[in-house]
Design a protein around this ligand. Structure first.
Ligand code: HEC
Length: 133
C-alpha cells in the first residue's frame, strides 16, 4: 500500500491537470477593443448547455459557425460584438434558438422560460452597456 501511494497521487495530479485544461478551453471571456468583460457563470452555463455545441470553432455545423462563434466573440470589434449580442437577444426572445429540430433530437438543450429570460436580458443589457461606453 505504501509503495502504491505516490503513484496514486501522481495519477490524481495528472487527472486534475487535464480537467483544468479542458475547463479552461471551454471558458468564454470577452475582450473587445480593450473593454473587457466576462459572461457571468449562470449565463455561461446556459450557453454551454444550449448553444455552444453548434456555435464554436470546432463545430461541424458550418451554417451555425458562419453566423456566430461564442469562443470568438471576444475578438470582435465593439460594434460587431454589439450586433451579435443583439442577434442573440432577438433569436432567443423569439424562440428561434436552439433550432426546434435539434431540441427534438436532444431535448436537454431546450431553454426553460427562466433560462431564456436570463440569456435574453444579459445579451440585451451587455449590448446596451457597450453602446453607451
Ligand atoms: C443544433 C445546432 C444549434 C444550436 C444548439 C444553436 N444554434 Fe444558433 N444557429 C444554428 C444554425 C444552423 C444557424 C444558422 C441558421 C441559418 O443560417 O438560417 C444558427 C444561427 C444563429 C444566430 C444568427 C441568426 C441570424 O439570423 O443571423 C444566432 C444569433 C444564434 N444562432 C444564436 C444561438 C443561441 C443563443 C443558441 C442557444 C440558445 C443557439 N444559437 C443554439 C444552429 C444552432
Amino acid at each position: 500500500m505504501k509503495k502504491q501511494f505516490p503513484a496514486f497521487i501522481a495519477v490524481l495530479a495528472i487527472g486534475f491537470f487535464f480537467l483544468n485544461f479542458t475547463a479552461q478551453n471551454e471558458s468564454i471571456t470577452l475582450a473587445a477593443d480593450g473593454s473587457k468583460f466576462e459572461i457571468p457563470d449562470n449565463v455561461k452555463q446556459i450557453i454551454d448547455n444550449s448553444c455552444f455545441g453548434c456555435h464554436n470553432i470546432e463545430s461541424k455545423n458550418d451554417k451555425a459557425k458562419k453566423k456566430l462563434l461564442f469562443d470568438e466573440l471576444g475578438e470582435l470589434k465593439t460594434h460587431k460584438l454589439v450586433g451579435k449580442l443583439a442577434d442573440i437577444s432577438d433569436v432567443v426572445g423569439e424562440g428561434e434558438m436552439p433550432p426546434k429540430k435539434a431540441i427534438e433530437r436532444f431535448p436537454s438543450i431546450k431553454l426553460s422560460d427562466e433560462d431564456r429570460n436570463i440569456l435574453k436580458e444579459w445579451a440585451a443589457k451587455t449590448a446596451e452597456e457597450l453602446t453607451s461606453k
